[in-house]
Write a protein that binds this ligand. Structure first.
Ligand code: HEM
Length: 409
């Protein structure tokens, strides 16, 4: 086995040691090569910031190929009919589309997430966050993700879309089941659960759309139902997928960023002190939370046009490219002293929200949610302490803790 092969073997998403701390393996891979072929997943894998950032912007690669090629042309099997509901739920998701459909849908959705629109939501977000943190303060000890981050970010996205608050537990269960489909290694048992969840979720969303049609409320789903975009109307399937991608993308990553970031602070008390004393503002620290321990570790693209070369390697039409975000965010070619968690770094040029046409449409909202959360935690719990050593979920693509038990002092 060559040196590189041995290293690639250690990039093992089923190895709990790798999941617990993938960064040493990333460092060695990144030093060895900007790109390697992974036999296990049949993908090119990119390790460095520059190539990943360029690839995200390169329109010759797409999140999907179905607008240009059949599955057979790409040497891929037809979608497995056992997971039909899952495929249907993401059929019209922004994350499964390329232009022109992507452009049309994104234009409608992005109006809701402009920095201006998000600023107007600040008082609502502050109130929601404050209420939940006050409840945590009364308890003294609490689990940051379950008691605060999840209910907070689900309430935010539900209030934006116009989804009833009492349905949030259902939505969370469905969403947690569905995202398992995006892991590099998933069992059929998990796929069955994910598919069932997607089916129930679709039925729920259809009923909701129907209710909005009968009683419009001016919130996002209602607006999508009513929209006339250059004379076009959205189909029900498009509205279903759009609603669902916002619900799924709109909380999972935000929750995990707050969990991973707060855990980073607990391991770096001097950085926490900088926030407590006001030396570093929460808004600035949020950028480092997004960079240092990324909540989404890998994103993929298909090569859809000929002539693509990455770091001198030709990648062919029909091949898949996986980008290691967690590795790019620790690349010393881009970030000084990248393994250091520096709350005051304030470098918003990271790729935590991606780049190019799929750049996170919810980024302005996510930034404000994280800033308000961190500010609220620091104010109420300046002496925040750990009650129990946390563990990471056993998944690689989505990186987050199973829980974070903390105490007010
Ligand atoms: C800290 C929290 C978040 C992180 C780290 C994050 C990260 C990302 C990344 C990396 C992408 C690009 C994926 C790619 O290029 O393949 C993305 C896309 C997306 N995100 Fe986020 N996101 C967050 C929060 C949110 C929120 C709050 C929402 C909505 C309310 C949201 C909605 C979306 C949507 C709809 C897309 C697809 C955009 C498109 O394809 O045009 N995200 N996100």
């Amino acid at each position: 086995m060559s040196g590189l092969e041995g290293l690639v073997a250690r990039f093992d998403v089923d190895d709990p040691g790798f999941i617990a701390d993938p960064y040493p393996v990333f460092r060695e891979l990144r030093d060895a090569t900007p790109i390697f072929w992974n036999e296990r997943t049949n993908q090119w894998v990119l390790t460095r910031f520059a190539e990943i950032s360029e690839t995200l912007r390169d329109r010759r690669l797409g999140r999907d190929y179905a607008h240009l090629y059949s599955h057979a042309e790409f040497g891929r099997p037809d979608p497995d009919p056992r997971w039909a509901a899952f495929h249907q739920h993401e059929r019209w998701s922004l994350l499964a589309l390329e232009p022109p459909d992507h452009t049309r849908l994104r234009r409608l959705v992005s109006k809701v997430f402009t920095p201006r629109a998000v600023s107007a939501m600040r008082p609502t977000l502050e109130q929601l966050s404050g209420e939940l943190l006050d409840e945590c303060a009364e308890r003294g000890q609490f689990e940051l993700l379950g008691d605060y981050a999840q209910p907070f970010s689900v309430a935010v996205i539900c209030s934006l879309l116009g989804v009833p608050r009492e349905d949030t537990a259902l939505l969370l269960d469905w969403s947690h089941a569905i995202v398992k489909m995006y892991e590099l290694s998933t069992t059929d048992a998990a796929r069955v659960v994910a598919n069932r969840a997607a089916g129930e979720y679709i039925d729920y969303t259809r009923a909701l759309i129907d209710a909005k049609r009968r009683r419009p409320d001016g919130l996002l789903i209602s607006e999508l139902v009513q929209v006339e975009d250059n004379g076009e109307t959205l189909t029900e399937d498009e509205i279903v997928s759009t609603t669902m991608v916002l619900l799924e993308a709109g909380h999972e990553a935000t929750v995990n960023t707050l969990g991973n970031g707060t855990w980073a602070f607990l391991r770096h008390p001097s950085e926490w002190h900088r926030i407590v004393t006001g030396d570093v503002e929460p808004k600035v620290a949020v950028e480092e939370m997004l960079r240092w321990d990324a909540s989404s570790q890998l994103f993929e693209r298909w090569v859809i046009e000929p002539g693509v070369e990455i770091a001198g390697t030709a990648v062919e039409v029909g091949q898949e490219v996986a980008m290691l975000f967690g590795s790019a965010q620790r690349d010393p070619r881009r970030f000084d002293d990248p393994d250091r968690f520096d709350a005051g770094r304030g470098d918003s040029g990271h790729i935590g929200f991606g780049a190019g046409i799929h750049f996170c449409v919810g980024a302005p909202l996510a930034r404000v949610e994280l800033e308000i959360s961190l500010a609220g935690i620091v104010t109420r719990f300046p002496h925040l302490g750990l009650v129990e050593e946390p563990v990471y979920q056993p998944t690689f693509v989505i990186r987050g803790l199973t829980g974070l038990h903390v105490a007010a002092s």
